[in-house]
Design a protein around this ligand. Structure first.
Ligand SMILES: Cc1ncc(COP(=O)(O)O)c(C=O)c1O
Length: 409
């Protein structure tokens, strides 16, 4: 590599005054939009029926499709996964402390804190980024009543090991499966593990309702309690039997969800294709690793996550993020900086560097890349070309970046 070649690439970067060759903006989590006519027909049917919420037929249909597809006894549709997690924690009678991973979307912890339960963080496995069962066990105290594990990146965590920990300590185990629709563990669909698993159908998920979620369980009592709680505790007209909230899914959201579910196979095909293209295009880029899948799991490939090793790549993840963002490639550093470093948790228990070293290391290295139906092969080629160039010229870019740019905070 010559200095002049190096400068030409660096000079061409938007961050250094270059002009982009495209006006396409690439997003992480851009929604998969199902067939418009199908969605509008279902929305029209709801309008004609004048039935927009409260146990409508489309919500029930949505639940039945999921029950059948995932082979789970109960699907309780809710307004979003965060509400679904809180309702499930309440239905399980949790209190005191519940162990959660430090490396997850903050809703995992907030859903418990909202109920006055203390989320107690633990570290993750270095390779898979999933909650570490040994760290869970170490975090258990006499106040612990449950374990809320997450299927991070929509990939199943080590369910067998967590089951064993929960059984040994007599704890309730449930799963934040927000991004994991369509995933499986040892050939059984996610939705069938622990006391319950909670899915999200937020716009960013492979199947979406705009906003939506579902509590999946094979336990009749949990399902019955969740159904009551999502609708203010009403057991019948004018009959309230317990405390509840409003977490009902609307008919309009269910209309979107049913149409989205019907296109799942297509979304999965696109995601697999995108994942394979990223994996092969980045295979020889030093310091860049596409986070691999674990054996014995099926996944929906809705998250393409790379790790940037700054020593080998010669560029820090944050500087790479800045360079790509300037090119209108809006990559995300999920779940930086880790829940333990977000409020209110960081003030309640000021974090140290030795608390969750794996979470800290992973959170400083990961980047989520654009995928889904809004991304084309040419887009991925462009993203990978840029990443390879940023690595090849990492030293020069780091030198030329304004002081403080892209440096780890
Ligand atoms: C792991 C995890 N938990 C919870 C949530 C919250 O889901 P919702 O937006 O449906 O409340 C998300 C959303 O991205 C998530 O990724």
């Amino acid at each position: 590599m010559t200095t002049s070649r190096s400068s030409a690439f660096v000079d061409s970067l938007v961050a250094f005054g270059g002009t982009s060759t495209t006006d396409r903006v690439l997003y992480v989590g851009r929604p998969n939009i199902p067939d418009r006519e199908a969605v509008l027909a279902r929305v029209g049917a709801a309008l004609d029926r004048k039935w927009l919420s409260n146990d409508g037929p489309m919500v029930r249909e949505f639940e039945e499709v999921i029950e059948a597809r995932l082979g789970v006894r109960h699907c309780v549709a809710v307004a979003n996964a965060t509400q679904g997690l809180s309702i499930t924690a309440a239905a399980l009678g949790l209190h005191g402390e519940v162990v959660v991973p430090a490396f997850t979307f903050v809703a995992t912890a907030h859903s418990l804190a909202w109920l006055g339960i203390t989320p107690v963080f633990c570290d993750i496995d270095r390779r898979s980024h999933q909650i570490d069962p040994a760290a869970v066990e170490a975090a258990i105290t006499e106040r612990t009543t449950g374990i809320l594990a997450a299927h991070t990146w929509g990939r199943p965590c080590d369910i067998d090991a967590l089951d064993a920990v929960a059984a040994r300590h007599g704890l309730q185990l449930f799963f934040d499966a927000a991004p994991a629709y369509g995933a499986s563990y040892q050939r059984t669909s996610i939705g069938n593990f622990g006391r319950a698993e909670i899915l999200s159908f937020h716009a960013t998920k492979i199947v979406n309702c705009g906003e939506g979620g579902a509590i999946l369980t094979n336990d009749d009592e949990i399902a019955a309690a969740a159904r009551l709680m999502r609708t203010f505790g009403f057991a019948d007209t004018d009959l309230v039997t317990s405390i509840g909230t409003n977490a009902k899914m609307s008919e309009l959201a269910a209309a979107m969800g049913i149409c989205s579910l019907s296109e799942f196979d297509h979304y999965l095909d696109v995601n697999v294709r995108n994942f394979e293209q990223y994996t092969s295009a980045l295979a020889d880029v030093p310091g860049i690793t596409v986070v691999p899948c674990e054996p014995n799991t099926g996944i929906n490939y809705n998250n393409v996550v790379i790790e940037v090793d700054p020593q080998v790549a010669g560029i820090h993840r944050d500087l790479m993020l800045e360079m790509l963002t300037a090119e209108q490639i809006l990559v995300r550093r999920y779940f930086w900086p880790g829940c333990h470093r977000m409020e209110p948790y960081r003030s309640l228990r000021p974090p140290t560097d030795t608390d969750f070293p794996v979470t800290d290391e992973v959170a400083a290295r990961v980047l989520s890349l654009p995928t889904g139906t809004g991304v084309e092969a040419g887009d991925i080629e462009r993203v990978c070309h840029l990443i390879a160039g940023l690595v090849e010229h990492g030293a020069e870019i780091t030198r030329r970046a304004p002081a403080g740019t892209g440096s780890p905070p």
